[in-house]
Write a protein that binds this ligand. Structure first.
Ligand code: PMP
Length: 427
């Protein structure tokens, strides 16, 4: 055990999850690579757990942050703040939500918390619909709507949550259904639930579940849900913390795969937009955003320094069409991983969109989750210089691949070759 790991264990909470038996201390990064304290170089297929949207240490972001830090880092929403207004204008316009208002937070958790505050106040109900297998953060209210109980450390909650089917498809009673049958079954389940309760305030859902294992529901699932929600006056909150900013390739936001539903009433974002700086936020129709009765303030949400990072990062993303890159390079990587997996009977599925690709493992010759297999692949890939993530329900058996969106074709091929070797190690 390294000295730093021993000190970490002595002073930080036991429930803070760490990857790898011998956890890595990352000291710096560049482009799609990071280095550890021993000088080992890794190709980063987890994008600093999706926080690196464009590239590590992107010079444009570094410059914007240092210039802003050298000028002023006075925070708090009590004063006008130009970078905050500018970033809000750009996100409002990109969101697709009509008459959009933006509120900045410092994390995805706080963004979801705020969306729940708004939804419950707007609808005067503390009942929330959430998806099975979902993850929405680690605050008291976010934990209370997290369906993935492996990441929900308390069953107490200020909210009453009802869980809806539709997140996981590869397992359980819905596994063998066609897309249309799956959607119909999930809609029936939702209708049945709503037949027995007073209308909840909102449904919160990740368009593709992140921590839950990069599950991609059939296009149109949320459009079908939306019809039912509208009949009951229930709001739809899309948690775009992982799916936003073009990561899914075909769409800028995950909700757009369900476009017949129109834009959600609210969307929440975080992770990648700050390229490592802590930015989260909520976009909501003005009528919803402005439903609160009293004044509010945020000390760090919208701080000029993080907003400067967000503006530079978003500008780079759009100018370099990284959404298109996610579609092209992600498409090639997905195909390559599918081809690699054909002879491997312990790969159940390669799924996802763009640069959000999940590889679900099963215990060889069975349909059971295979967490030791996933952990072994992670370790083997690390030995060969590749960082990937894992996720998926209680038994984390899904390898998660989400590199910075500037990944090149050569890097995709290099990473796929390492992953092929790592996958074969568990044979
Ligand atoms: N929502 C989703 C979909 C997430 O994946 C996460 C983080 N894994 C969060 C919310 C919480 O974000 P944060 O860790 O920034 O609080």
């Amino acid at each position: 055990m390294s000295d730093l790991y021993a000190r970490h264990k002595a002073v930080l909470p036991d429930w803070l999850a760490l990857y790898y038996e011998d956890p890595i201390e990352i000291t710096h990064g560049e482009g799609r690579h990071v280095w550890d304290a021993q000088g080992n170089k890794y190709l980063d297929f987890f994008g600093g757990i999706l926080t690196t949207m464009t590239a590590h240490a992107l010079p444009e972001v570094t410059k914007a942050v240092s210039e802003q830090a050298g000028r002023i880092i006075h925070t708090s929403t009590l004063y006008l703040n130009r970078p905050m207004v500018e970033l809000a204008e750009r996100i409002a316009q990109l969101s697709g939500i009509p008459d959009a208002r933006v509120f900045f937070t410092t994390s995805g958790t706080e963004a979801n918390d705020t969306a729940l505050l708004l939804a419950t106040a707007h609808r005067q109900s503390n009942q929330i619909l959430a998806m099975r297998n979902s993850y929405h953060g680690r605050s008291f209210s976010a934990v209370g709507i997290t369906g993935n109980k492996g990441w929900s450390p308390t069953s107490l909650s200020p909210l009453q949550t009802l869980y809806v089917h539709g997140g996981v498809r590869t397992r359980g009673p819905y596994a063998d259904l066609s897309d249309a049958e799956f959607i119909a079954a999930c809609v029936d389940d939702l209708k049945d639930l709503l037949g027995h309760v007073r209308p909840p305030a909102a449904l919160i859902a990740e368009p593709i579940q992140g921590v839950g294992g990069f599950t991609a529901p059939p296009d149109g699932l949320y459009a079908a849900f939306r019809e039912v929600l509208d009949q009951h006056g229930i709001l739809w909150i899309a948690d775009e913390v992982q799916t936003g900013w073009g990561r899914t390739g075909e769409h800028f936001w995950g909700w757009q795969a369900h476009a017949a539903a129109g834009p959600p009433d609210m969307l929440t974002f975080a992770k990648g937009i700050g390229n490592g700086m802590s930015i989260g936020g909520v976009v909501a129709r003005a009528e919803i955003m402005n439903c609160l009765d009293s004044n509010s303030i945020s000390t760090f949400g919208g701080s000029p320094i993080t907003m400067a990072a967000g503006l530079a990062n978003l500008t780079y993303l759009l100018e370099h069409d990284l959404q298109g890159n996610a579609r092209r390079v992600g498409g090639l990587l997905g195909e390559r991983l599918r081809a690699i997996s054909v002879p491997l009977d312990y790969v159940r599925e390669v799924r996802g969109r763009g640069l959000m690709i999940g590889v679900e493992l099963v215990r060889p010759g069975t349909d059971e989750a295979y967490p030791e297999g996933a952990a072994a692949v992670l370790e083997a890939a690390r030995q060969d210089g590749l960082l990937i993530g894992k996720g998926g329900g209680h038994n984390t058996s899904v390898l998660r691949i989400a590199p910075p969106l500037s990944l090149t074709v050569a890097e995709a091929e290099e990473g796929a070759a390492i992953l092929e070797h790592a996958l074969r190690c568990i044979q």
